[in-house]
Design a protein around this ligand. Structure first.
Ligand SMILES: [Zn+2]
Length: 218
């Protein structure tokens, strides 16, 4: 097994982008030196070099919001790493899932900050707790498994009819309805789309072990 050379900068560091391996959400960016990378590979816990404290920093060591590293990638010219992780809890110290929640310019579309399915899941959760009486999602959730179940069956039926003989637009539209109501069903049980992606990833054989991204000597 050959190892890709990491192009450490003149401080012996490289930036590390951290991405949720299932949702694709970019969680944070931090720095690693060789010791941080080695520690990450050995423990599978995302570890960085804190430039402000001048010490190794195991993400979540104090907050409990750790990141289990499943794979490490190196970019084309070797000067940036990508950790693909399963995050436990929010990744930002502000309590948000990702550090990237601020649009550069005020008034930019809020929905663009996270992968769309994650944003949609958050929106469904938010509507559950909405105070306005007129939320469709809220009424479904209040109707419980029976009401949601009836809707999922109806949408599944419309979807398979579309697949069998309707236009591509109809298939996409009914697929969207089915997926949306499936998300509502998950929400009714306090689950999110990530739990489903996790099952799919397991079934389709992601190896889930840390690649040996760097074994070079200083
Ligand atoms: Zn942050």
């Amino acid at each position: 097994m050959s190892t890709v050379a990491v192009a450490w900068d003149d401080r012996g560091l490289v930036p590390v982008v951290v991405q949720d391996r299932l949702t694709g959400e970019v969680r944070m960016v931090a720095w690693a030196n060789q010791a941080a990378l080695r520690h990450t590979e050995e423990t599978r816990q995302a570890t960085f070099w804190s430039r402000s404290r001048g010490e190794l920093w195991v993400k979540g060591a104090t907050s409990g919001h750790t990141m289990a590293v499943q794979e490490i990638l190196v970019d084309c010219d070797g000067d940036t790493l990508l950790y693909l992780v399963d995050p436990a809890g929010p990744s930002c110290h502000t309590g948000t899932p990702s550090c990237f929640f601020r649009p550069l310019h005020d008034g930019e579309a809020r929905a663009s900050r996270a992968p769309f399915l994650s944003t949609l899941t958050e929106e469904i959760t938010a509507r559950r707790h909405a105070t306005s009486a007129k939320s469709y999602v809220k009424s479904l959730l209040e109707g419980g498994a029976e009401k949601i179940g009836a809707k999922v069956r109806e949408e599944a039926d419309e979807f398979v009819r579309a697949v069998a003989g309707e236009t591509d637009e109809r298939v996409s539209s009914e697929g969207a309805d089915l997926l949306f109501h499936t998300l509502v069903g998950l929400e009714s049980r306090g689950l999110d789309v990530r739990s489903v992606l996790e099952v799919l990833a397991k079934r389709f054989g992601t190896s889930g072990h840390v690649e040996k991204a760097s074994r070079e000597k200083p």
